[in-house]
Design a protein around this ligand. Structure first.
Ligand code: ZN
Length: 361
């Protein structure tokens, strides 16, 4: 990361960025101005993909797993672009789609017949059975090139019937087809689908690597970079502040734990948030509370530490251990279309008294 930049390195760097920006042009996803070449932790999965491709061992179904903020969408998009390109750059360490051949031009124009995109276009929008039907129909058409790619971003957005439809395709994949999926919650995919696809995992880079990267790339102060690392939402790689306010839900939780009659106001505050974001955030804070109870130093940046201390001081360790189960259940239900208010009411009550669900059962 601290590599010296010569003018040659600058020139080399400019090229892959253009190729990545080409992808951004066809995408509603705002993060695509950062490419695989810009994120050192994507190198290992990218190399594994190249090696599978060279040895002609690419499976019909490939699932890129890892947090959204780590660039799983970027990686999958660049893989699709590379596979469709007629003349990819083969320079070791700089492999990428050329961005200029007829196939790349079609892809950039969004009219390539061999790529079907089920992209994330709006928060947690479901993938319906109709989306999958359209996909199936496109796979019955004649191919333009040697390979047809379906790119399914955040595959966990598939509802049950969509997943069943996709399963049929995966069971008997048309020759020359690749189903490229991304997911940060692969556990939410049906096991029948998981058993038919190969995984390509993006490992979480260490805190120091990521904080260094963010400070160098965006000129952030260390504290700002640490906050982004800690929150870890999908805008992490943009270097922009999180899309949601972390303080309000955190203060609400502290209030809930210290003043037990605060259930309704807390539910009201949490209702303003995306439930999945809330679930993951509470879980993140819980980990820090447990670290504190175990005498380990907290990983939270200085601005978050006072909240962790208040939470840790509010209840005993045994209370917090039970809270883990409550949070897990909420996290699992976070994407289910339950009645929003009821789910949050139940969460708040369970957090105040984690023995309550057992007594009710
Ligand atoms: Zn090309």
């Amino acid at each position: 990361m601290a590599r010296a930049r010569t003018s040659k390195a600058e020139a080399d760097k400019a090229k892959p960025k253009n190729a990545v920006e080409d992808l951004a042009a066809e995408s509603p996803w705002p993060n695509a101005s950062v490419g695989v070449a810009d994120m050192p932790w994507l190198r290992a999965p990218w190399d594994r993909f190249l090696s599978m491709h060279r040895q002609d061992r690419l499976p019909h179904g490939l699932l890129v797993t890892g947090a959204l903020g780590l660039g799983s969408l970027t990686l999958a998009r660049e893989m699709a672009a590379y596979l469709l390109c007629a003349d990819p750059v083969a320079t070791p360490g700089a492999e990428r789609a050329c961005g200029e051949c007829a196939s790349c031009r079609l892809r950039r124009a969004g009219t390539h017949p061999d790529i079907q995109l089920l992209v994330r276009d709006g928060a947690n929008k479901d993938i319906s059975v109709d989306d999958i039907r359209t996909l199936i129909e496109s796979f019955s058409l004649t191919r333009y090139g040697p390979l047809r790619v379906a790119l399914i971003e955040q595959a966990e957005r598939m509802n049950r019937s969509a997943a069943n439809g996709l399963l049929k395709l995966l069971e008997e994949p048309p020759p020359g087809s690749l189903f490229l999926m991304t997911s940060e919650r692969a556990d939410l995919l049906p096991s029948t689908i998981r058993s038919r696809i190969q995984r390509l995992a993006i490992a979480m880079p260490g805190r120091a690597t990521l904080v260094d990267w963010l400070t160098l790339r965006y000129g952030l102060a260390t504290e700002e970079a640490e906050l982004l690392w800690f929150i870890g939402d999908d805008r992490l790689m943009d270097g922009s502040p999180p899309a949601w306010d972390w303080q309000s839900p955190t203060m609400a939780w502290v209030r809930l734990m210290t003043e037990r009659n605060q259930v309704l106001p807390v539910v009201k505050q949490w209702q303003t948030m995306d439930r999945d974001v809330l679930a993951r955030w509470l879980m993140r804070l819980w980990v820090e509370v447990m670290r504190m109870h175990s005498g380990l130093p907290t990983e939270a940046p200085a601005s978050i530490q006072p909240f962790i201390q208040k939470l840790a001081g509010a209840r005993s360790k045994s209370h917090w251990l039970k809270v883990h189960r409550v949070l897990l259940e909420f996290l699992q239900s976070a994407r289910h279309p339950l009645n929003e208010e009821l789910a949050l009411d139940r969460l708040a009550l369970d957090l105040v008294d984690p023995d309550l669900p057992a007594r009710l059962a």
